[in-house]
Structure formats: structure tokens, C-alpha cells
Design a protein around this ligand. Structure first.
Ligand code: PLP
Length: 399
């Protein structure tokens, strides 16, 4: 028979970050020496106390279906975390646990959007935002920012793109891919526009714990009770606790929305893995020393990679204040040629660096900004220093 794929899925683009990582892995498996700057996950192991909690859950037979929206113990840990870290008070029916923050975002957009609705997405954006918004039939409205202004949106810019169809806008601070971090005052300004225009705020706070130089990431929901009432905060354990494979994320917000998301989960995934939920209880409510160790190491790497990149002619970059990526401007080198032809955009540049230098970077086009490439520093210091040398040499060969 002729197999047909739905228009919805046929029109969906594959995650470029995962694709680059897969290509780099395949080259490595074939014996090529590839240094990966593509990773979207910490290179640390999950802390031992967290893994032990999972083993305990298995041994104690906590392996059956759980409540769809998460075990009460995990909801309680999440509620305490919001109270302690963000001065936000939620009740259990305002929290839902999903199979990763990505799953929370998917369920959220499925729950709040109709075809024709609009969602404002600042660019550079995390690759999945436009995809999951589009899947609902709603329209992503891309709001471009500039490196000069730290890749941040200001209230006037937000106001200028809101229409009567706008349902929500997405904020991701610290940001993947730019590492920018909004101050409380900046968040307040954006929140005012959301209130004025009566739109929802979707705040992806997955990198909340990964901030450098002593800065902290405030939650936009903390601005006021009025703002909290129109905000859905999405967070999870993947990045802060090196738990990307465990698949636990969560959302907190207005009870009607959380209920709708839980209903969707009840008919699709059911509960997130019971064992992972018990591990997440330990991650969120156990000792946090491992986070500090990770942040200290990421800080060192950030400083080395930023200094190294800035020393390469043709590259400019901001120093990220959070997350573990540098979003570097390579456009000063566009128009030059390698042996294989001209390099005119971020995809050409990523292809050249992978094939000729064995360096895996993610092209900025995946995040909506073609002048840039993203380098993850969730890789060893040796890889960073070795990779920077190789990068300088490969770019120096261009004519
Ligand atoms: C990694 C990431 C997520 C998804 O995290 P999971 O909990 O592993 O699904 C969400 N948002 C951003 C910006 C990310 O980088």
C-alpha cells in the first residue's frame, strides 16, 4: 500500500540539535576523531543519592501506575521548591508532572491553543517552541532580538507584535541557545505588557539552577499575584541534576490549565515513570551540593570557551550568564571559501567544521538566527581547549 503520513507530522521538522548529535556520534563510531559541541545535556553522571533513590524504588516495588499527574510526594517536593526558591505558593492541583519539560510544554500548548491563535516567541529560540506551537494549528510569531542588547526582548517590542489573536508569549531565562538572563526589573516590564494585553506567559525555567557569576534567575511568576495567575512555569530535573534520560519535568499554573494538561496525559502517556518520579523527589528535596559542583565547573569552562572564541578572528560572542551554551556570531567569516566551496550561512559553516575539522556545532538557523552557531560547553575542559585550537586552525584555512 502507499503509506501516507498526516499533514501535521509531515510538516513537522526534526530537531536539528538531535540530528547534529546523531551525525557526530555516527562519525565517531566510524573511527573519526570528532569533538562534540552539540550536546544539549550535562556531561556529568546523575548524582549517586538520586540514582540510589531510584534503586530503592525498584526494590520496594514502586513500579506500578501512579496518579497521572505525579505521585503526591513529588508534587509536595515541587511545591516546596517553588516556595523556597521562588516565593511562589501552589497547591497540588496547580502542579502536573510530565515526561520531561518538553512534554509539559507540548501538553500545555495542546491545552491552550486553537488553530489561528498566535504565540509570541523571542528569537533566538529553543528549537522545539515553534514546532510544538505549530502542531496545534496556532501560529508562532517570531520576535527577533539582537546580540547588542543581550538577546533580550523589551516591553515595547513585545507590545508591538501582540494582536487580538495572541494567546501567550514564551520566555526562557536563562536561555537556550543564548545564555541570556533577564533581571527581575526586565521581567516586570514584560509582565506588565502581558497583563495589559491579557495574554498568558509561558516561562521555561529549565536552566534556573545553572547561573554564573553569582547571579540568580528570578521567575516571572514571582512578579505579582496578578502575573502568577496568568503564568505557567515549566521546569524539570534534566539539566540541574544531570537527569536528561530520566524524563521528569513539571508545570505549575492556573488550575484549569493544569487540569487540561493532566486530562491529555491521562489519554496519552499516563503517568511519568514511577521510578524516575522517586528519583526526582530525591533530586529536588535532597542535598543540592552536586548542583554547586556542576555550576562551579561550568563557570570555569564558560570562561575558557568565551575567551578562546573571542581570540579567533571573525568570531564575536556574548558571555552567557546561564545555561551551558555560547551563541557565537560567525557571520564575519561568511563569504569565505573552503576547498569545497563558499561558506554562506550557518549550515555551510557547521558542515565545513564537522567534515573538515571534526567539530560538531549546531547551526544558528535551527534557532532562527543564521549569523550564529551554538557551542555547548557541557563537555570536558580537554575537549574545549582542543576544540578551540582546531576551530581556530580550520577557520584560518578559509580564503
Ligand atoms: C533541555 C530543554 C528542555 C527540555 O528538557 P526535558 O525536561 O529534558 O524535556 C526544555 N526547554 C529548554 C530550553 C531546554 O533546553
Amino acid at each position: 500500500m502507499k503509506i501516507k503520513i498526516s499533514d501535521r507530522i509531515a510538516g513537522l521538522s526534526e530537531s536539528v540539535t538531535l540530528a547534529i548529535t546523531a551525525r557526530a556520534k555516527a562519525m565517531k563510531a566510524a573511527g573519526k576523531d570528532v569533538i562534540g559541541f552539540g550536546a544539549g545535556e550535562p556531561d556529568f553522571d546523575t548524582p549517586a543519592n538520586i540514582s540510589a533513590a531510584a534503586v530503592r524504588a525498584i526494590n520496594e516495588g514502586r513500579t506500578r501506575y501512579t496518579p497521572v499527574g505525579g505521585i503526591p510526594e513529588l508534587k509536595c517536593a515541587i511545591i516546596n521548591k517553588f516556595s523556597l526558591d521562588n516565593a511562589l505558593n501552589y497547591s497540588p492541583d496547580e502542579v502536573v508532572v510530565s515526561c520531561g519539560a518538553k512534554h509539559s510544554l507540548y501538553n500545555l500548548f495542546q491545552s491552550i491553543l486553537n488553530p489561528g491563535d498566535e504565540v509570541v516567541i523571542p528569537s533566538p529560540y529553543w528549537v522545539s517552541y515553534p514546532a510544538v506551537v505549530s502542531l496545534t494549528g496556532a501560529k508562532p510569531v517570531i520576535l527577533r532580538t539582537s546580540a547588542e542588547r543581550g538577546f533580550k526582548v523589551n516591553p515595547d517590542e513585545l507590545r508591538s507584535v501582540v494582536t487580538d489573536k495572541t494567546r501567550a508569549f514564551i520566555i526562557n531565562s536563562p536561555s537556550n541557545p543564548t545564555g541570556c538572563l533577564y533581571t527581575e526589573a526586565e521581567l516586570r516590564g514584560l509582565a506588565e505588557v502581558a497583563c495589559e494585553k491579557d495574554i498568558l506567559i509561558v516561562s521555561d525555567e529549565i536552566y534556573e539552577k545553572l547561573c554564573y557569576g553569582g547571579s540568580a534567575a528570578p521567575s516571572i511568576a514571582s512578579v505579582s499575584a496578578e502575573v502568577k495567575a496568568r503564568t505557567v512555569v515549566v521546569n524539570g530535573v534534566s539539566k540541574a541534576y544531570a537527569m536528561t534520560g530520566w524524563r521528569i519535568g513539571y508545570a505549575a499554573g492556573p488550575v484549569e490549565i493544569i487540569k487540561a494538561m493532566s486530562k491529555l496525559q491521562s489519554q496519552s502517556t499516563s503517568n511519568p515513570a514511577s521510578i524516575s518520579q522517586w528519583a526526582a523527589v530525591e533530586a529536588i528535596s535532597g542535598g543540592q551540593d552536586t548542583v554547586d559542583v556542576m555550576v562551579a565547573e561550568f563557570t570555569k569552562r564558560r570562561d575558557v570557551i568565551v575567551e578562546g572564541l573571542r581570540a579567533i578572528p571573525g568570531i564575536t560572542c556574548n558571555s552567557p550568564e546561564g545555561a551551558f551554551y555560547v551563541f557565537a556570531d560567525f557571520s564575519g567569516l561568511y563569504g569565505r571559501s573552503s576547498g569545497d566551496g563558499p561558506i554562506n550561512n550557518s549550515l555551510d559553516m557547521a558542515g565545513y567544521l564537522l567534515e573538515d575539522a571534526g567539530l560538531a556545532l549546531v547551526p544558528g538557523s535551527a534557532f532562527g538566527e543564521d549569523k550564529f552557531l551554538r557551542l555547548s560547553f557541557a563537555t570536558s575542559m580537554d575537549n574545549i581547549t582542543g576544540g578551540l585550537k582546531r576551530l581556530g586552525a580550520a577557520l584560518g584555512k578559509l580564503s
